[in-house]
Design a protein around this ligand. Structure first.
Ligand code: BTN
Length: 266
């Protein structure tokens, strides 16, 4: 992968800026700098290797060279204007990854809410959405996406907090990173236009992992909740029916989700 092959693979997708890095700290930080410098439109930074890749909740995200897709998008103005649907931005990338893999590889990925993507119950894709505010005003929305492609991209067990896999292991054959990137970005730009639609919410909800099953949620301050995963509300919050039969809503960002069965197995 290099700047030239990246640009030629992504032709016709309407990206305003495409920059390739052999090695970067975190592509989310690069794109955040672009936002501060006033870049506009749908902008993309791709790194072959990340030295300081970040996951959600302050975790590390490891991107060894030549093995994965690590990229960040600065979303265009239109997504800011639908900021009433900010919760849905969390589902944008994971849904695009699902659509691409269903269409082109006949796979059936699931979304571990809010935005991990699983194949056969193992995580192969993580999404780090970041919103930049100036007071009350939303300045920029960034979506960072990491996809494990080759087996060498799957971190060692000691670094995992959930079982992991990669696309090539699921398919049993090599795949071209640039092809996957184009397929995902094509789906993503189609979904941006449909962010506010009922169809978007339904498509996200229908791909939820553990739908209708009992799950455990734990928040950052150590509270945990067990209940039946009912689905999503229109803002993309998770609906859980607790033991007292009350339905409770959860915001993305703060939560760790596990199937109850997972815990009993340990
Ligand atoms: C998670 O599962 O916790 C989210 C992982 C997000 C990783 C991607 S890789 C590209 C972008 N740059 C980063 O530093 N993180 C995101």
């Amino acid at each position: 992968m290099d700047q030239k092959s990246l640009e030629s693979s992504l032709q016709g997708l309407g990206l305003s800026k495409i920059v390739y890095f052999d090695s970067a700290g975190s592509t989310n930080d690069i794109v955040a700098d672009w936002a501060r410098a006033g870049e506009e439109g749908l902008c993309l930074a791709v790194a072959d290797e990340q030295r300081k890749g970040r996951g959600r909740s302050g975790r590390r995200w490891i991107t060894p060279p030549g093995s994965a897709l690590a990229f960040s998008l600065l979303l265009p103005e239109i997504s800011l204007s639908s900021s009433g649907h900010l919760g849905r931005v969390a589902g944008l990338a994971s849904l695009a990854v699902c659509h691409a893999l269903e269409k082109h590889y006949s796979l059936s990925p699931k979304i571990k809410w809010p935005n991990d993507v699983l194949l056969d119950g193992r995580k192969f894709c993580g999404v780090l959405p970041e919103a930049h505010w100036s007071g009350e005003s939303l300045q920029a929305l960034i979506l960072g996406i990491g996809i494990n492609i080759a087996p060498t991209s799957v971190p060692q067990k000691k670094y995992l907090n959930f079982p992991a896999t990669c696309l090539e292991d699921s398919l049993g054959k090599p795949v071209k990173r640039l092809r996957v990137l184009r397929q995902v970005l094509k789906e993503l730009s189609a979904l941006i236009d449909r962010l506010q639609s009922d169809a978007f919410a339904q498509a996200w909800e229908s791909r939820l992992a553990f739908l209708g099953q009992d799950v455990l949620l734990s928040d950052r301050v150590g509270n945990s909740f067990q209940g039946r995963l009912l689905g999503l509300n229109p803002e993309g919050q998770l609906r859980l029916r607790l033991a007292d039969n009350q339905t409770r809503l959860f915001q993305s960002g703060e939560i760790r989700l596990r199937p109850v069965i997972d815990r009993q197995d340990k």
